[in-house]
Design a protein around this ligand. Structure first.
Ligand code: G6P
Length: 611
């Protein structure tokens, strides 16, 4: 949450920072601001999106070769001009941006207020900034030293970037619990919450770790720990192309990402799966093969859409590997003193690799001796680094706030892990494994065929775009898909939607059914099919509008539905990789029909780095 950008070098900082902020807007977009330095330190900030900030800055002095910028997802204080970052210290000499939460800010604020400080905003950021400035002035020390002292008192999570009026070309940055990447160029450095702001200038990056401080000048990058010891920056080469973070002719990132799925699933399987040889290669996971096979329990930990991937994988793992699986919301797991037994294996699932709750949950479990495997999309992210081993999902950058291609890539990876373990444990016959591997290999092509026929989905979207509520129902592996369909719809269209196991619907939600309620069934031909058809009848008997995702040419299901979205036949274990796609499209088209900003839905952020 919140995107941060910094630049110091030979270019004009403002355009670099603005462009970078636009790339990071997926992290938050309720206000934005920049601080620029050249002779004088200037701050411009505005409620709204980065485009509003640009308008606000027209005609103002935007010169300067050093600058920092911020796009906000509000935590302390409503979205407004005065709560927008950067903040200026009371002395006017320091400007700071911050991503994270300072948990003990109230205590620090009290101390500063007693010393006569007044605050212009409601933010924890302004408090920390003045706390740093106070230490700097009191001790007549350098900004770097003041930050080090201040951070020892701070509890919470942060990435902070500071400009000092007395030190025109230097940005000082520090991190704990929120991401920070530094791009290394020739006579210039870039800073960002992720690598996207620097991608068109350099591919050499340094990932800053927790409790590290960076002093960044055009020609020099000094990395230190909070004990003031110098560290050697580890420069890595990025493996992302610029095209991957641009819309490429699509109206929205979300649509582009939905349409990328045949490719991203293929990329995820490539080099790992060879059905002709009945072979799965997942080197990260194989290092821990013995421990996983011996595990009594696998705990999947995740949030949001990634949690739905875990829930789907529960069905697959239990069926294929005969291991007990529990799926946990990271935010609940981390706080309830969970029981971790020796030999428990944890699978952390995360697109961003930065979700604060997931990160802390696995950190705690690791301290208690659990083996942590990461199923993560962003290479080098905090969760990937915290894990003992894992398998990247290789879906490429996902920019639309509502997750789509990351979900199918997670399912593809989790399916491969389950099949690998089943193979090692001998819990599935070689023949059954071969059938499933062939099915997996065929998924990209089948997704392609769903995407080739979007007209019926567009029509359904037009018809139901004004509905007030939706109910999504499914059984077996299609139950988590129903949850995911409902989540997608509420995220981007703001229509209230609930997902339920189709049978459980009788224990409550059926009371909602009338002629105005669209009920989406995920009803492909599987072992539950007859039962789901009966559930459809129950909805029809109460005049609910049945919309269904069905297997091609399933006339029985089609006859029970007002509208259908079809997917090719598929083994039920892997069906979610197909059935989720029409639901993603349905949400997208409904969101667009309602005039919603589908890539940046209100109040949401893509990377939730606060708990
Ligand atoms: C946010 C995003 C969701 C995502 C969830 C978990 O809520 O808007 O799309 O599923 O975080 O994020 P992660 O990066 O850990 O998968």
């Amino acid at each position: 949450m919140c995107g941060i950008v910094g630049y110091t070098g030979h270019r004009d900082a403002y355009p670099v920072v603005i462009k970078g902020l636009k790339r990071l807007e997926y992290r938050g977009y309720d206000s934005a601001g920049v601080a620029l330095h050249e002779k004088t330190l200037r701050v411009y900030k505005k409620m709204g999106k980065v485009a509003d900030l640009e308008e606000h800055a027209v005609g103002k002095d935007i010169s300067g070769k050093t600058g920092i910028g911020h796009t906000r997802w509000a935590t302390h204080g409503e979205p407004s001009d005065r709560n927008a970052h950067p903040h200026l210290s009371s002395s006017g000499k320091l400007a700071m941006i911050h991503n994270g939460i300072i948990e003990n800010y109230a205590q620090l604020k009290k101390e500063l207020t007693q010393k006569g400080y007044e605050f212009k905003s409601d933010t924890d950021t302004e408090v920390l900034l003045n706390f740093i400035d106070e230490i700097k002035q009191n001790n007549s020390c350098s900004l770097e030293e003041a930050i080090r002292v201040a951070l020892k008192r701070v509890t919470g999570a942060y990435v902070i970037l500071l400009l000092d009026a007395e030190n025109p070309d230097t940005i000082i940055a520090a991190r704990k619990g929120s991401p920070l990447v530094i791009g290394v160029g020739k006579g210039e450095h870039f800073l960002g919450s992720d690598a996207s702001p620097m991608l068109e200038y350099t591919k050499e990056v340094v990932y800053v770790n927790d409790y590290e401080l960076a002093i960044v000048k055009p020609d020099e990058l000094i990395l230190k720990n909070l004990g003031n010891e110098k560290l050697t920056p580890y420069v890595q080469k990025l493996d992302i192309e610029l095209a991957a973070i641009e819309k490429g002719g699509y109206d929205h990132f979300m649509l582009k990402e939905i349409f990328e799925q045949p490719r991203t699933i293929y990329d995820c399987l490539r080099g790992r799966l060879d059905a002709s040889k009945n072979k799965i290669t997942l080197s990260g996971i194989e290092q821990y093969a013995k421990e996983i096979c011996a595990a009594n329990r696998i705990i999947m930990i995740a949030c949001g859409t990634s949690w739905h991937a875990g829930l789907t994988a529960e069905y697959i793992f239990e069926e294929c590997c005969r291991i007990n699986v529990e799926v946990e919301y990271a935010s609940e797991f981390r706080y309830r003193n969970p029981i971790i037994n020796p030999g428990d294996v944890i699978i952390a699932i995360s697109q961003s690799g930065e979700t604060a709750d997931t990160l802390v949950a696995i950190e705690n479990a690791k301290a208690k001796g659990a083996i942590i495997l990461g199923v993560v999309n962003v290479v080098g992210s905090s969760i990937a680094r915290m894990s003992h081993a894992g398998a990247y999902t290789h879906a490429g950058p996902e920019i639309g706030v509502a997750s789509t291609k990351a979900f199918t890539a997670q399912l593809a990876v989790l399916s491969m892990i389950a099949l690998k373990i089943a193979q090692l444990k001998g819990t599935l016959s070689a023949e059954r494994i071969n059938t499933l591997l062939n099915e997996l290999e065929a998924i990209p092509e089948k997704v392609e065929s769903i995407l080739a026929n979007t007209e019926p989905i567009k029509k359904i979207a037009q018809q139901y775009a004004t509905a007030r509520d939706f109910l999504y129902l499914g059984r077996g592996t299609n139950f988590p898909v129903a949850l995911e369909g409902a989540l997608k719809l509420k995220e981007i269209s703001y229509i209230h939607a609930e997902g339920y196991p189709a049978a459980e619907m009788k224990h409550g939600p059926i009371a909602l059914v009338d002629e105005n309620l669209p009920v989406v069934f995920v009803a492909t031909k599987d072992s539950y099919h007859e039962k789901v058809l009966s559930n459809m009848q129950e909805i029809r008997a109460r005049k609910g509008k049945v919309i269904s995702v069905i297997t091609e040419e399933d006339e029985t299901a089609a006859n029970l539905s007002e509208s259908v979205m079809q997917v090719p036949p598929c083994d039920e274990m892997l069906a979610p990789l197909l059935t989720v796609v029409p639901l993603q499209l349905l949400s997208y088209y409904i969101g667009v029909a309602r005039g919603c900003d589908v890539d940046k839905p209100r109040n949401l952020a893509k990377s939730v780095t606060v708990e």
